[in-house]
Design a protein around this ligand. Structure first.
Ligand code: ATP
Ligand code: MG
Length: 359
């Protein structure tokens, strides 16, 4: 997939933007507060419906404006060019979305058009914070490679919600939902395991490229005793679930332990090492997608020079270029060009939300 054109209106300090990124590497440089992260935020929104900076979309809309409009032309490997559109009105919080000429109701219908991974200042929370960050990393990967994942996940969420309502209100027979929960839950688990089987070797192969020494192990935790039967565990736990008023086990509690030499990554590695590892993680995710589906993801890296040292930057950019992924990098370092002299690229300068291509 290639992002061919991006149009933005009324997002943070970007009043009106019409940008044609490089099909390879684009470097966006500008001073602090010029609008670099906002550009990536716009693309991330089109890709996932979410901002990586806030849960409140009203924050993203330009102060004083009543709506923001985003659109992107994307060229996909299989189905040619498609236009994606998203409009968000602050009043009533209304979101309208269109993909390939069709109105779409759900973000999950937009998401396959523009798979994009964004690595930013907070991305290392995948190691340092709660399991929801690791689940969302895992779910992104599985969603984009396995079309059966989303329906299974939706079925599971529905059954879980119903079961929890019964448990919470001490109503009879919450276990009527167990069959549905187990069927969909086991499918989710199977898809996640299948994904990780493909992902792990790709991730391991990237570690030396980014000069990460020491084996990083990923241990998947399905959300119930790893070697146990979900159905049996669910029945066994029913009394406890009743007491607490919710379902304590299942794929909604899955996690991945990242360890190095037997210790958790967050307890062992330096902040800088974790940051490098994050790049390996997301690059591996993009590669896994490409290997399984033949589709490439856009890779966005915010403030790269503030995150990695020069050597790591060179190694990373070299690898991305060899892999042929489209990428957009932001930096406040005006001398960043030295890292890309050997890589075909486009360079943009941004000031007060206005982006100009520099030759
Ligand atoms: N809703 C909004 N409306 C208008 N401007 C906003 C809004 N939200 C944030 N801004 C401003 O937009 C500008 C661009 O912010 P952005 O985070 O994109 O800058 P940046 O170039 O990434 O800076 P840095 O290098 O410090 O990360 C900032 O001045 C910020 O205060
Ligand atoms: Mg920024």
């Amino acid at each position: 997939m290639t992002l061919v054109r991006l149009k933005v209106r009324g997002l943070r300090n970007i009043q009106a933007l019409n940008l044609t990124p490089s099909p390879g590497l684009s470097v966006v440089f500008g001073e602090n507060a010029s609008g670099k992260s906002s550009l990536l935020e716009a693309i991330h929104l089109l890709s996932s419906g979410k901002s990586f900076r806030t849960h409140q979309l009203t924050q993203v809309v330009q102060r004083g404006a009543s709506e923001m409009q985003l659109s992107a032309d994307v060229l996909s490997e299989s189905s040619g060019t498609a236009t994606l559109g998203m409009e968000y009105e602050t009043e009533g919080g209304r979101m309208r979305m269109k993909a390939a000429g069709r109105t779409v109701q759900k973000l999950s219908e937009m998401a396959p058009y523009l798979p994009a991974v964004t690595i930013h200042q907070e991305s290392h929370r995948v190691f340092t914070q709660g399991p929801e960050f690791r689940r969302s990393f895992l779910n992104w990967g599985v969603f984009h490679v396995e079309p059966r994942f989303l329906p299974a996940w939706q079925r599971y969420r529905r059954a879980l919600r119903q079961r929890n309502i019964l448990l919470q209100r001490s109503l009879p027979k919450p276990e009527v939902w167990d069959r549905e929960l187990v069927e969909s839950g086991v499918s989710i688990d199977t898809y996640r395991r299948g994904y990780l089987q493909r992902f792990i070797p790709i991730f391991n192969e990237l570690l030396p490229v980014l000069r990460i020494d020491g084996a990083i192990c990923l241990e998947y935790r399905p959300g119930w005793g790893s070697d146990k039967d979900f159905s049996e565990q669910l029945s066994k736990g029913l009394e406890g679930d009743r007491r607490l008023g919710y379902t304590r086990i299942g794929p909604h509690r899955a996690d991945i332990d990242f360890t190095v030499h037997g210790s958790l990554v967050r307890e062992r590695l330096s902040r800088g090492q974790m940051k490098v590892l994050v790049y390996a993680l997301y690059l591996a995710q993009a590669r896994t997608l490409a290997e399984i589906t033949g589709r490439t993801a856009l890779i966005m890296m915010d403030d790269l020079a503030a995150e990695l040292d020069g050597q790591h930057i060179d190694q990373l950019l070299g690898k991305i270029s060899v892999l042929g992924f489209q990428s957009i990098i932001t930096t406040s370092d005006p001398a960043f060009r030295r890292h890309v002299v050997d890589i075909p690229h486009k360079m943009f300068h941004v000031e007060h939300g206005v982006f100009i291509e520099v030759i």
